[in-house]
Design a protein around this ligand. Structure first.
Ligand code: AMP
Ligand code: ZN
Length: 114
């Protein structure tokens, strides 16, 4: 999608520190890390948020959670644990309107989030 920063990262038009990529998803380091490890996992196709996911996205969602998250958690050595978060919409605190999953680790997380 034109003017979407994460579409541009997925296509390579904007540089990022990519940690994983395949035909469906890309994962890259967050510019403003909130934990020692902070990676964003995004679908390469433009999806606004988790609120827009539907029937056609089952393979994508399963791939992210069944393949990419455990693979990255292992590769990034998050054996003590990690958190996966997606912010959706205004109340969710979403600032980039392209679906992304924050993978955070390397420190103890607080609950509830602010
Ligand atoms: P959210 O608030 O859930 O929409 O998160 C957006 C995240 O994208 C924030 O953690 C930002 O630091 C991150 N971010 C924004 N632009 C970039 C970029 N060009 N490269 C990497 N991370 C980015
Ligand atoms: Zn996009």
């Amino acid at each position: 999608m034109a003017d979407c920063i994460f579409c541009k990262i997925a296509s390579g038009e904007i540089p990022s520190t990519m940690v994983y990529e395949d035909d469906m998803v890309a994962a890259f380091k967050d510019l403003e890390p909130q934990a020692p490890t902070h990676v964003l996992i995004i679908p390469k196709k433009h999806v606004v948020s988790a609120a827009e996911l539907g029937d056609g996205d089952r393979e994508l969602a399963a791939h992210i959670f069944c393949d990419v998250v455990p693979k990255l958690a292992k590769e990034l050595k998050l054996s003590k644990g990690f958190r996966v978060v997606t912010n959706a919409g205004e109340d969710g605190g979403q600032t980039v309107m392209h679906l992304h999953f924050h993978l955070l680790g390397g420190r103890s997380m607080q609950w509830p989030p602010g």
